[in-house]
Design a protein around this ligand. Structure first.
Ligand code: SAH
Length: 395
């Protein structure tokens, strides 16, 4: 996406921006970024109703609670860690990033500096030799718990005990260390096998009053400060009470559904990824909720079955991926006719496409609330409230 030339530039602009490509708006001041996002929402969404003022972040820096670094060597043999140059597999060396958690960045730099002493070789993608491919650090924003995942090309790691002990001595805040084994020639960071080197192999964090277990692979929102605002807005729009029946579609690890279950009568969640559903079920138990159930299925198939069985919900939350929802889901949603739909979107373009369908099939857009979940990038998140017309739908 292009930026205008007469922008006020950001005094904290990143020197690696061009090579990395992750923060498309970083050369604008934060205030300007918010105006850019607001204007983008208005262009795409104002035909459906008024776009509320975007909810920005008070301190829009170092918000990412999950940091991932690729490890390798330069031609001269120097060990480097950082991100892949956009569109390539060349590593751009990054020691600190304006969006990443400061402690996580420090841990990654210290691991890099410790490697020679422990004779740990970085993995060479072309030759398929060496060991360390990536380091992933996740930090619980509320709990302060820290997980370090070392991604190795094999399970052969002779110095693992000594290395882990030295790392813990340098960073006593680390609560768990996991070795993930990824021998495959793949773009995926994590492999299937894991060995816990220290602690219990996961961290926990609290979001909107619920505790969530975060394992190396589980999806968790990367900006917890803004996620609380987004979910808070979604709950405000839904106006739940103890009689409300809720469907959480595209529920991931159950975050929205479990926050809703604190107030609502009953919650059903549906999600395609089986690992995420397992996490949702264990999060449900962890929080002592007995009014929520989670199912693994395609949201469209599931919604169609519910509609055919005459299952009714008062509120449907839907939080699909960037590609938006499916026609099947929307048509079955309309057939099951919930009073309210709260659509949480990470892509205003597919949101506009789906709102077009919903507004032609009996729903009216009541509120459009953008929230800035990813400062400095061009990503835009919105929570939208739709309410069913009194006369029902015009299928
Ligand atoms: N609501 C969650 C996750 C949103 S991300 C949260 O706030 O954390 C979107 C989710 O939709 C992902 O977990 C993805 O696995 C899931 N998904 C993608 N396609 C799907 C489909 N066809 N049916 C059900 N879930 C799907």
């Amino acid at each position: 996406m292009s930026q205008t030339s007469n922008i006020k530039t950001n005094p904290n602009a990143c020197p690696l921006a061009k090579k990395c490509g992750g923060c498309q708006l970083q050369n604008m001041t934060y205030d300007r970024q918010l105006k850019w996002k607001q204007a983008r929402c208005e262009i795409l969404l104002k035909k459906f109703g008024k776009v509320e003022k975007i909810i920005g972040m008070e301190n829009p820096y170092n918000y990412r609670n999950k940091v991932q670094a690729a490890f390798g060597r330069t031609k001269s043999g120097k060990i480097i860690s950082g991100v892949y140059q956009s569109g390539s597999h060349r590593i751009v060396s990054v020691d600190n990033c304006m969006t990443e958690d400061i402690i996580a960045d420090k841990i990654i730099v210290d691991i890099r500096e410790m490697l020679p002493k422990f004779k740990i070789w970085t993995y060479d993608e072309d030759k398929g030799t060496g060991f360390l491919r990536h380091v992933l650090v996740k930090r619980g924003f509320t709990s302060g718990e820290v997980m370090v995942v070392l991604v190795g090309a094999s399970g052969y790691f002779p110095m693992k005990k000594k290395f882990t002990a030295a790392l813990l001595e340098k960073h006593p805040e680390i609560t768990t260390v996991v070795l993930n084994i990824n021998p495959k020639d793949t773009n995926l960071v994590l492999g299937d096998r894991e060995e816990v080197l220290y602690g219990n192999g996961y961290i926990e964090d609290t979001l909107c009053g619920c505790v969530f277990r975060i394992s190396p692979k589980s999806f968790y929102q990367i900006n917890p400060v803004q996620t609380e605002k987004l979910y808070g807005k979604a709950m405000e729009l839904a106006e739940l009470n103890e009689n409300t029946g809720v469907l959480d579609a595209y529920c991931g690890i159950g975050t929205i559904g479990l926050v809703a279950a604190k107030t609502a009568g009953r919650v059903i969640g549906v999600e395609l990824n089986p690992d995420a559903v397992k996490d949702a079920i264990s999060n449900c138990k962890r929080n002592g909720m007995d009014n929520a159930r989670f199912y693994c299925a395609d949201a469209g198939d599931f919604m169609q079955e519910l509609a055919e069985n005459g299952e009714r919900f008062d509120v449907v939350f839907m939080d699909p991926p960037r590609s938006g929802s499916s026609k099947k889901f929307i048509e079955s949603l309309v057939a099951s006719a919930p009073k309210k739909v709260v659509y949480i979107s990470c892509n205003p373009e597919t949101l506009a496409r789906d709102l077009n369908l919903l507004t032609h099939k009996g729903y009216k857009v009541k509120k459009i609330c953008p929230v800035d979940m990813f400062p400095h990038t061009n990503h835009i998140e919105c929570a939208v409230l739709l309410v069913r017309h009194n006369g029902g739908c015009s299928l």
